[in-house]
Design a protein around this ligand. Structure first.
Ligand SMILES: Cc1ncc(COP(=O)(O)O)c(C=O)c1O
Length: 191
């Protein structure tokens, strides 16, 4: 499968002494916060595959969606900026969320075209909104590529098969064998 090399991989696996001593058994953390500077976190692993497919199809505009402060949207905007692609973000606004800070500020700084939608409208019409933006890009002569929320479709999820391979490699090298993996779940691709 086509893949871009965007992230700093493999990420380290570190033992957290404080939590291990407190809770037993030992607790380790895979430092996927170190995958990059601006595009860092878990989403860049998935984008290595999604954006590779976009480029292989000759697309020039990435379209995706997420929460107002979505890490996935910020990572997509960062990867687009790095590769000279356009990026359109449809963001779900919660009541009271309108201050240009954190990821929302970064999305602007990274040059994304941002469409903010009220929560209920977004929830009810997200897919149609994506299709409308897709058509809008086509009508302007662009070549759009849709990345679903969190890049958690089949192709994006390949990024976390790579992460699992890194864990197996670590086990082989160190003799430490993990029996449980815990991860945060949003759109589900990492899980
Ligand atoms: C920092 C972080 N960790 C974990 C997750 C969950 O990842 P996923 O969307 O693949 O379930 C997200 C996104 O939702 C996230 O931003």
């Amino acid at each position: 499968m086509n893949k871009l090399h965007l992230a700093q991989l493999p990420t380290p696996i570190e033992k957290i002494d404080y939590l291990s001593n407190k809770y037993k058994p030992s607790i380790f953390v895979k430092r996927d916060d170190l995958t990059d500077s601006v595009a860092s976190g878990n989403k860049i692993r998935k984008l290595e595959y999604s954006v590779a497919e976009a480029l292989s199809l000759g697309c020039d505009t990435l379209i995706t969606n997420g929460g107002f402060q979505s890490n996935h949207c910020r990572s997509t905007a960062a990867v687009a900026a790095k590769l000279g692609l356009k990026c359109i973000l449809i963001l779900r606004k919660e009541p009271g969320e309108n201050i240009k800070t954190a990821n929302f500020l970064l999305d602007h700084m990274l040059g994304a075209d941002i469409r903010v939608k009220e929560h209920d409208d977004f929830q009810a019409h997200k897919d149609e909104m994506m299709q409308e933006v897709y058509q809008e890009v086509l009508d302007k002569g662009g070549k759009p590529y849709i990345i679903p929320m969190g890049a958690s479709n089949g192709i994006g999820t390949l990024g976390y098969i790579d992460a699992f391979d890194e864990i197996l490699e670590y086990e082989k090298k160190t003799g430490i064998v993990f029996d449980t993996i815990i991860d945060a779940v949003g759109s589900g691709g990492t899980y």
